[in-house]
Design a protein around this ligand. Structure first.
Ligand SMILES: [Zn+2]
Ligand SMILES: [Zn+2]
Length: 251
Protein backbone atom coordinates (compact mmCIF):
# COMPACT_ATOMS: atom_id res chain seq x y z
CA UNK A 1 0.00 0.00 0.00
CA UNK A 2 1.27 3.47 -0.86
CA UNK A 3 1.88 6.13 1.75
CA UNK A 4 -0.22 9.26 1.87
CA UNK A 5 1.70 12.43 1.10
CA UNK A 6 0.50 15.69 2.63
CA UNK A 7 1.13 18.43 1.84
CA UNK A 8 0.93 17.15 -1.70
CA UNK A 9 2.76 20.13 -3.16
CA UNK A 10 6.24 21.56 -2.79
CA UNK A 11 7.13 25.23 -3.22
CA UNK A 12 10.44 26.65 -4.34
CA UNK A 13 10.88 30.37 -3.79
CA UNK A 14 12.88 31.69 -6.71
CA UNK A 15 12.57 35.40 -5.94
CA UNK A 16 10.29 37.48 -3.74
CA UNK A 17 7.86 37.69 -6.65
CA UNK A 18 8.27 34.24 -8.19
CA UNK A 19 7.53 30.77 -6.86
CA UNK A 20 7.58 27.35 -8.51
CA UNK A 21 5.14 24.79 -7.16
CA UNK A 22 5.38 21.09 -8.02
CA UNK A 23 3.85 17.74 -7.12
CA UNK A 24 6.96 15.75 -6.03
CA UNK A 25 5.21 12.37 -5.62
CA UNK A 26 3.98 12.39 -9.20
CA UNK A 27 6.25 10.97 -11.95
CA UNK A 28 8.99 13.48 -12.70
CA UNK A 29 8.66 13.10 -16.50
CA UNK A 30 5.07 14.35 -16.35
CA UNK A 31 5.34 16.61 -13.33
CA UNK A 32 4.39 20.16 -14.21
CA UNK A 33 5.86 23.42 -12.95
CA UNK A 34 3.16 25.71 -11.59
CA UNK A 35 4.30 29.32 -11.49
CA UNK A 36 3.08 31.86 -8.96
CA UNK A 37 3.94 35.46 -9.78
CA UNK A 38 3.28 38.24 -7.29
CA UNK A 39 2.05 41.56 -8.60
CA UNK A 40 1.05 44.82 -6.89
CA UNK A 41 -2.72 44.55 -7.33
CA UNK A 42 -3.11 40.89 -8.20
CA UNK A 43 -1.12 37.67 -8.35
CA UNK A 44 -0.87 35.33 -11.30
CA UNK A 45 -0.84 31.54 -11.15
CA UNK A 46 0.19 29.79 -14.33
CA UNK A 47 -1.15 26.22 -14.30
CA UNK A 48 -2.77 24.29 -11.49
CA UNK A 49 -1.44 20.71 -11.51
CA UNK A 50 -3.36 17.45 -11.43
CA UNK A 51 -6.17 18.58 -9.16
CA UNK A 52 -5.79 15.62 -6.76
CA UNK A 53 -5.24 17.85 -3.73
CA UNK A 54 -6.44 21.38 -3.01
CA UNK A 55 -3.97 23.88 -4.45
CA UNK A 56 -6.14 26.75 -3.25
CA UNK A 57 -5.87 25.64 0.38
CA UNK A 58 -2.17 24.89 0.01
CA UNK A 59 -1.42 28.33 -1.44
CA UNK A 60 -3.58 30.28 1.02
CA UNK A 61 -0.61 31.63 3.02
CA UNK A 62 1.08 32.95 -0.12
CA UNK A 63 -2.01 34.69 -1.46
CA UNK A 64 -2.95 38.12 -0.16
CA UNK A 65 -4.49 39.66 -3.29
CA UNK A 66 -6.95 38.69 -6.00
CA UNK A 67 -5.59 35.76 -7.98
CA UNK A 68 -5.69 35.42 -11.75
CA UNK A 69 -5.18 31.86 -12.97
CA UNK A 70 -4.09 31.01 -16.51
CA UNK A 71 -3.97 27.46 -17.82
CA UNK A 72 -1.12 27.26 -20.34
CA UNK A 73 -3.26 24.60 -22.02
CA UNK A 74 -5.91 22.03 -21.24
CA UNK A 75 -3.87 18.90 -20.43
CA UNK A 76 -4.61 17.41 -17.01
CA UNK A 77 -1.16 18.05 -15.53
CA UNK A 78 -1.78 21.80 -16.02
CA UNK A 79 -5.56 22.27 -15.74
CA UNK A 80 -6.53 19.80 -13.00
CA UNK A 81 -6.88 22.38 -10.22
CA UNK A 82 -8.52 25.17 -12.24
CA UNK A 83 -12.02 24.37 -10.98
CA UNK A 84 -11.05 25.60 -7.50
CA UNK A 85 -10.44 29.20 -8.57
CA UNK A 86 -12.78 32.08 -9.42
CA UNK A 87 -10.82 33.91 -12.12
CA UNK A 88 -9.51 31.34 -14.59
CA UNK A 89 -8.37 31.93 -18.16
CA UNK A 90 -7.68 29.51 -20.99
CA UNK A 91 -7.23 29.99 -24.73
CA UNK A 92 -10.48 30.15 -26.69
CA UNK A 93 -9.73 26.93 -28.57
CA UNK A 94 -9.79 24.93 -25.34
CA UNK A 95 -12.27 27.06 -23.42
CA UNK A 96 -15.38 24.93 -23.98
CA UNK A 97 -13.50 21.75 -23.18
CA UNK A 98 -12.31 23.08 -19.81
CA UNK A 99 -15.75 24.53 -18.97
CA UNK A 100 -17.39 21.16 -19.59
CA UNK A 101 -14.55 18.94 -18.32
CA UNK A 102 -13.98 17.13 -21.62
CA UNK A 103 -11.75 14.28 -20.41
CA UNK A 104 -10.69 13.39 -23.97
CA UNK A 105 -9.27 16.85 -24.67
CA UNK A 106 -7.86 16.97 -21.14
CA UNK A 107 -6.17 13.57 -21.85
CA UNK A 108 -7.45 12.25 -18.52
CA UNK A 109 -9.96 9.71 -19.86
CA UNK A 110 -8.89 6.20 -18.76
CA UNK A 111 -8.64 5.04 -22.39
CA UNK A 112 -6.03 7.75 -23.06
CA UNK A 113 -3.75 5.80 -20.70
CA UNK A 114 -1.85 8.86 -19.50
CA UNK A 115 -2.57 8.53 -15.77
CA UNK A 116 -1.50 5.10 -14.44
CA UNK A 117 -1.19 4.30 -10.72
CA UNK A 118 2.52 3.69 -11.29
CA UNK A 119 3.00 7.45 -11.85
CA UNK A 120 2.21 8.08 -8.17
CA UNK A 121 4.99 7.29 -5.67
CA UNK A 122 2.64 8.26 -2.86
CA UNK A 123 -1.04 9.14 -2.93
CA UNK A 124 -2.72 12.40 -1.93
CA UNK A 125 -5.45 10.84 0.25
CA UNK A 126 -6.70 7.49 1.48
CA UNK A 127 -8.52 5.61 -1.26
CA UNK A 128 -7.00 7.57 -4.14
CA UNK A 129 -6.81 5.56 -7.34
CA UNK A 130 -5.55 6.77 -10.71
CA UNK A 131 -8.27 4.62 -12.28
CA UNK A 132 -10.91 7.00 -10.89
CA UNK A 133 -8.99 10.13 -11.82
CA UNK A 134 -10.85 12.84 -13.72
CA UNK A 135 -10.41 16.60 -14.01
CA UNK A 136 -13.37 18.55 -12.67
CA UNK A 137 -15.27 20.82 -15.05
CA UNK A 138 -14.49 24.54 -14.69
CA UNK A 139 -17.64 26.32 -15.95
CA UNK A 140 -16.40 29.70 -14.68
CA UNK A 141 -13.35 29.67 -17.03
CA UNK A 142 -12.97 32.71 -19.29
CA UNK A 143 -11.54 32.68 -22.75
CA UNK A 144 -8.32 34.45 -23.84
CA UNK A 145 -6.64 34.87 -27.18
CA UNK A 146 -3.35 35.97 -28.71
CA UNK A 147 -2.37 39.51 -27.68
CA UNK A 148 -4.59 39.68 -24.59
CA UNK A 149 -2.90 41.20 -21.56
CA UNK A 150 -3.10 39.91 -17.98
CA UNK A 151 -2.54 42.97 -15.81
CA UNK A 152 -1.22 42.70 -12.24
CA UNK A 153 -0.99 46.48 -11.66
CA UNK A 154 2.77 47.04 -11.73
CA UNK A 155 3.44 44.41 -14.40
CA UNK A 156 1.57 42.84 -17.25
CA UNK A 157 1.78 39.63 -19.24
CA UNK A 158 0.96 39.26 -22.90
CA UNK A 159 -0.74 36.08 -24.06
CA UNK A 160 1.08 34.41 -26.96
CA UNK A 161 -0.92 31.74 -28.75
CA UNK A 162 1.51 28.88 -29.50
CA UNK A 163 -0.51 25.99 -30.94
CA UNK A 164 1.11 22.70 -31.92
CA UNK A 165 1.43 20.68 -28.72
CA UNK A 166 -2.30 21.39 -28.32
CA UNK A 167 -4.59 23.79 -30.19
CA UNK A 168 -4.94 26.21 -27.29
CA UNK A 169 -1.39 26.25 -25.93
CA UNK A 170 -0.26 29.69 -24.79
CA UNK A 171 2.88 31.28 -23.42
CA UNK A 172 2.90 34.36 -21.17
CA UNK A 173 5.40 37.12 -21.77
CA UNK A 174 6.30 39.58 -19.04
CA UNK A 175 6.24 42.85 -21.00
CA UNK A 176 8.44 44.69 -18.53
CA UNK A 177 11.06 42.15 -17.43
CA UNK A 178 10.88 40.00 -20.58
CA UNK A 179 10.49 36.75 -18.66
CA UNK A 180 8.71 34.09 -20.65
CA UNK A 181 6.48 31.34 -19.28
CA UNK A 182 6.28 28.75 -22.02
CA UNK A 183 3.88 26.03 -20.81
CA UNK A 184 4.38 22.89 -22.91
CA UNK A 185 5.16 24.82 -26.11
CA UNK A 186 8.83 24.52 -25.29
CA UNK A 187 10.74 22.89 -22.44
CA UNK A 188 14.14 21.23 -22.13
CA UNK A 189 12.99 17.68 -22.87
CA UNK A 190 11.22 15.67 -25.54
CA UNK A 191 8.51 17.88 -27.02
CA UNK A 192 5.21 16.14 -27.67
CA UNK A 193 3.46 16.72 -30.99
CA UNK A 194 1.67 13.40 -31.42
CA UNK A 195 -1.20 13.92 -28.99
CA UNK A 196 -4.95 14.05 -29.67
CA UNK A 197 -4.92 17.69 -30.67
CA UNK A 198 -1.31 18.22 -31.83
CA UNK A 199 -0.51 19.72 -35.24
CA UNK A 200 3.13 19.64 -36.36
CA UNK A 201 2.82 22.48 -38.89
CA UNK A 202 1.30 24.72 -36.23
CA UNK A 203 4.07 23.71 -33.86
CA UNK A 204 6.72 24.74 -36.39
CA UNK A 205 5.03 28.15 -36.84
CA UNK A 206 4.87 28.63 -33.06
CA UNK A 207 8.55 27.77 -32.78
CA UNK A 208 9.41 30.29 -35.49
CA UNK A 209 7.57 32.91 -33.44
CA UNK A 210 9.69 31.99 -30.42
CA UNK A 211 12.90 32.58 -32.35
CA UNK A 212 11.94 36.28 -32.45
CA UNK A 213 11.20 36.53 -28.75
CA UNK A 214 13.33 38.87 -26.65
CA UNK A 215 13.80 37.00 -23.40
CA UNK A 216 16.63 35.78 -21.22
CA UNK A 217 14.61 33.78 -18.75
CA UNK A 218 12.32 30.97 -19.81
CA UNK A 219 10.15 29.28 -17.20
CA UNK A 220 8.71 26.14 -18.79
CA UNK A 221 5.79 23.83 -18.01
CA UNK A 222 8.18 20.93 -17.29
CA UNK A 223 11.84 20.44 -16.26
CA UNK A 224 14.34 23.19 -15.52
CA UNK A 225 14.42 26.84 -16.55
CA UNK A 226 16.77 28.08 -19.25
CA UNK A 227 18.10 31.12 -21.10
CA UNK A 228 17.70 32.52 -24.62
CA UNK A 229 20.62 30.52 -25.98
CA UNK A 230 19.08 27.24 -24.90
CA UNK A 231 15.67 28.40 -26.14
CA UNK A 232 17.07 28.94 -29.60
CA UNK A 233 18.81 25.54 -29.55
CA UNK A 234 15.61 23.76 -28.56
CA UNK A 235 13.54 25.64 -31.11
CA UNK A 236 16.00 25.06 -33.95
CA UNK A 237 16.35 21.40 -33.03
CA UNK A 238 12.60 20.94 -33.22
CA UNK A 239 12.22 22.79 -36.52
CA UNK A 240 15.10 20.87 -38.10
CA UNK A 241 13.84 17.43 -37.11
CA UNK A 242 10.28 18.13 -38.17
CA UNK A 243 10.89 20.06 -41.35
CA UNK A 244 13.63 17.91 -42.88
CA UNK A 245 11.64 14.84 -43.95
CA UNK A 246 8.75 16.91 -45.31
CA UNK A 247 10.57 19.64 -47.21
CA UNK A 248 13.74 18.23 -48.79
CA UNK A 249 13.92 21.28 -51.07
CA UNK A 250 14.60 23.53 -48.07
CA UNK A 251 17.65 21.57 -46.91
ZN1 LIG B 1 0.63 19.24 -22.43
ZN1 LIG C 1 2.48 19.07 -19.52
Amino acid sequence: MKAIQQPWFHTQRIRDDLYCITEPCYAWQNRANLWLIKGRDADLLIDTGLGVSSLKVYLADLLDKPLKVVASHIHFDHSGGCHEFDEVYIHQHEHQALCSGDQQMILSAPECGFVPDSDFDSIPYQGFSAGNYAVKACPQARSITDGDVIDLGDRAFEVMHLPGHSSGSVGLYDLDKQYFFSGDAVYDGELLDNLEDSVVDDYISSMEKLLQLKTDEIRPGHYGSFDRRRLRQLVRQYIETRKAPLCPAEN
